[in-house]
Design a protein around this ligand. Structure first.
Ligand code: FES
Length: 187
């Protein structure tokens, strides 16, 4: 028989116990792996194919997830770093507005701790009224329609706004706070 013909030969039964007895009467090891020696090539190939299919599926799913994150995650716009405050300029709970990059809509910088600052676009994502910090509540408030944002993330938490506030990325170097980029929600 040629090799090609052999490849299409019917696969032998996977389990023919030497005593030809019922499966339930076989020892545990045989019930766990009921493959005869002649058929173990078939098992190896089948397992390899199964492994390759699963690995490829996991790879495709990973790539799709990464593409989805890239499309829907926040987009970061990087500009020249700009000094926006010095550490002794604001006490904890204090805030100031600035423009970054030059000519942008107003941004608001809030000092939330000794070495912790956050900064966001000051325009509410509902109808663009300026938001004001309510530091003791850990929120930003928009008085126009009673909208609220989380101070730590800029996410909307109550009222009409549905989109997060664009976040200004900050870096502290020596005694100065620098704006280094703006993260904007994808639309
Ligand atoms: S403009 Fe801010 S809640 Fe409407």
């Amino acid at each position: 028989m040629t090799e090609r013909a052999k490849a299409f030969e019917p696969i032998p039964p996977q389990s023919v116990p030497p005593d030809r007895g019922p499966e339930a009467a076989q020892p545990r090891w045989r019930r766990d792996f009921p493959i005869d020696w002649e058929a173990d090539d078939y098992v190896s190939r089948r397992d390899l194919v199964k492994f390759m299919v699963l690995t490829s599926a996991a790879f495709v799913a990973g790539q799709a997830w990464a593409a989805w994150k890239a499309l829907t995650g926040p987009k970061r716009q990087v500009s020249e770093p700009l000094a926006v405050a010095t550490l002794d300029e604001l006490s904890v709970g204090g805030a100031k507005t600035f423009h970054y990059p030059e000519g942008s809509t107003p941004r608001i910088l809030v000092r939330t701790g000794t070495n912790e600052f956050v900064a966001y676009d000051q325009q509410c994502t509902h109808l663009q009224c300026p938001v004001v910090p309510a530091v003791e509540m850990g929120k930003l408030h928009c008085p126009c329609h009673n909208g609220w944002f989380d101070l730590a993330t800029g996410n909307p938490i109550a009222g009409p706004p549905r989109r997060r506030l664009p976040r200004v990325v900050l870096e502290i170097e020596a005694d100065t706070v620098y704006a280094t980029g703006v993260e904007q929600e994808s639309t």
